[in-house]
Design a protein. Structure first.
Length: 114
């Protein structure tokens, strides 16, 4: 096997030859939504010295948005998982059911480690 220098220099999360690789599990929230919330929280932190009450209100709002988006993302993930196994025959579709069980385990473990 030959060493592919250009491939070795690519970040791990960059697509290679049409496949998508990530360093860990898929994020629950899209990066644009996470980034927007982080910007709002950063703004609250940066303005606290001048306007502490407004900064706290902005931080609270960012927190509320993050929790709401997380709840929506988890509800959607649950809906998709359940739709994938609910009507499966356990005797003939054990691989699909096993995959669903692994997905439930992964998301639940991530929640327990928050």
């Amino acid at each position: 096997m030959m060493y592919d220098q250009s491939r070795a220099q690519q970040p791990a999360s960059q697509p290679r030859g049409g496949e998508r690789r990530t360093a860990g599990p898929e994020p629950l929230l899209p990066s644009t939504e996470r980034d927007a919330i982080a910007v709002r929280l950063g703004h609250a932190l940066n303005t606290f010295a001048d306007t502490p009450r407004e900064a706290l209100e902005e931080a609270e709002s960012a927190f509320d948005e993050a929790t709401a988006q997380l709840a929506n993302a988890l509800a959607e993930r649950r809906r998709v998982l359940r739709a994938g196994w609910q009507d499966q025959d356990p005797d003939t579709q054990s691989d699909e059911l096993r995959h669903a069980l692994r997905q439930y385990r992964e998301i639940t473990q991530r929640l327990l480690h928050l």
